[in-house]
Write a protein that binds this ligand. Structure first.
Ligand code: FPP
Length: 261
């Protein structure tokens, strides 16, 4: 396989050659809990929002490399339903990031044929954030490349509860048969119904928890944790995660061929 965009010879291309990242076994769906922006800023005696601003630049870097490698879906946890508890000024800054990000990056998103999507409660977002996201969703809706999926105002337990409520309504209305409900039915009622399950979950900054992120969807996902803070995360760290993934033996609870006898 040839890298899609040889826009220049980068350090990570060298890494691919040197450390044998297998371009045939790239995870289709990578989900990332981007953590450590605040600590990154604190280490530099900067305000927390400076860390988020730097984190936004990392989003751009990782979207590019994911696209280059042929990843199909990149889901980024950008704002959780719990993040509303943060100081008002920080929340306001976080809500301005989609706008800032898309103002700069949308032309390249179009050039790369990237499709922007989101999961989470869009209605709970401020008007200007919704507007920026809607514009990107609309403008990129016919793009067929990487799906860049932002989890904004997202909480997995709420998503599951809503899915159950919708199922109950459909059962009541007779459009869903109670006895035919399976795990696949649940998949169809989640916000990710149109996406494959994540193959790889990355969390940065040394925290080792899921923080209410895609609890149902991550049942068989490979997890990879790094101490690197999100603003310091780069193409090399991303490849390290993919290399680790390629060494894992995914069995989905069963046995691999050679283990059966
Ligand atoms: C967690 O770090 C990070 C967030 C709550 C926000 C993540 C958002 C971005 C990286 C930018 C998103 C960009 C777009 C385009 C939407 P933290 O603040 O909890 O860090 P800490 O644990 O060190 O305090």
């Amino acid at each position: 396989m040839v890298l899609k965009n040889f826009f220049n010879k980068t350090k990570y291309e060298k890494k691919i050659a040197e450390e044998s990242v297998n371009l045939e076994v790239i995870p289709s769906h990578i989900a990332i809990i981007m953590d450590g922006n605040g600590r990154w800023a604190k280490k530099r005696a900067m305000p927390r929002i400076a860390g988020h601003h730097e984190g936004m630049k990392t989003v751009r870097k990782i979207a590019r490399v994911a696209d280059d490698l042929g990843v199909k879906v990149l889901t980024l946890y950008a704002f959780s339903t719990e993040n509303w508890k943060r100081p008002k000024s920080e929340v306001e800054f976080l809500m301005s990031l989609p706008e800032k990000f898309l103002n700069d990056f949308l032309p390249e998103i179009m050039e790369r044929n990237i499709r922007v999507q989101m999961i989470g409660e869009k209605e709970g977002l401020p008007e200007h954030t919704k507007k920026a996201l809607n514009k990107a969703l609309e403008k990129t809706k016919n793009n067929t490349g990487l799906i860049l999926n932002f989890a904004m105002n997202y909480g997995s337990r709420a998503e599951i509860v809503n899915a159950i409520k919708k199922m109950m309504i459909d059962v009541q209305e007779g459009t869903l048969n109670f006895d035919s409900i399976t795990e696949e039915t649940m998949n169809q009622y989640l916000m990710t119904s149109h996406l494959p399950e994540p193959d790889l979950l990355i969390r940065t900054s040394g925290e080792v928890r899921l923080s209410n992120f895609m609890l149902w969807q991550l049942a068989y996902t490979e997890f990879w944790f790094t101490d690197t803070l999100w603003p310091d995360f780069n193409e090399e760290t991303f490849l390290e995660a993919i290399q680790a993934y390629q060494k894992r033996n995914r069995r989905y609870g069963g046995l691999k061929g050679e283990e059966i006898n």
